[in-house]
Design a protein around this ligand. Structure first.
Ligand code: FES
Length: 171
């Protein structure tokens, strides 16, 4: 009786040991795959970009790189804002209200890429006091909307949010 009891204990021990090894073995096999699926830190850092806008004066803009693309952050003056807001939407090739393109009227945040063939337009240029793309002559207004030239649509607004009054998080 005692002998078989010992045998059982030994068998239990062997089962337990093999289950444990099995669990460790599976864990060790799965982890590298899970770890590979996590984006690497540099990729995570590029997915969002926080920008300090405290030094941007009214009427000025800065350009930051986000996911390898230029993003224009323009602090608009009162007259640039009223110009953007007073446009008759019927005049626009790609009708969008200025209010729908900004979160705060003072700040316009958009991809600095011409929607024609992808050049980077120049700030404070063109016939509509916004941006001008010299590649083939597209004029954008103070809301980044296409007003003249071959570009088919307005410059794109990326996903962004105000973290606080001085910080914008893009992405
Ligand atoms: S790329 Fe800007 S007008 Fe052609």
């Amino acid at each position: 009786m005692e002998k078989s009891g010992k045998k059982n204990n030994r068998r239990d021990f062997l089962f337990t040991a093999s289950y444990t090894i099995g669990a460790v073995g599976i864990g060790a096999t799965i982890w590298p795959f899970i770890d590979q699926m996590n984006p690497d830190r540099s990729v995570k850092a590029l997915a969002t970009t926080e920008v300090d806008i405290s030094q941007v004066e009214p009427g000025k803009s800065i350009t930051v790189l986000w996911r390898g693309k230029p993003v224009f952050i323009k602090r608009r003056t009162e007259s640039e804002i009223s110009e953007a807001q007073s446009v008759d939407l019927n005049e626009l090739k790609h009708p969008e209200k200025d209010e729908d393109r900004v979160k705060k009227a003072e700040w316009l945040v958009m991809l600095g890429i011409c929607t024609h063939l992808g050049c980077v337009p120049l700030s404070d240029k063109g016939e509509y006091n916004g941006w001008f793309c010299p590649c083939h002559g597209s004029h954008y207004d103070t809301s980044g909307r296409i007003r003249k030239g071959p570009a088919p649509v307005n410059m794109e607004i990326p996903k962004y949010e105000f973290v606080d009054n001085n910080t914008i998080k893009i992405g």
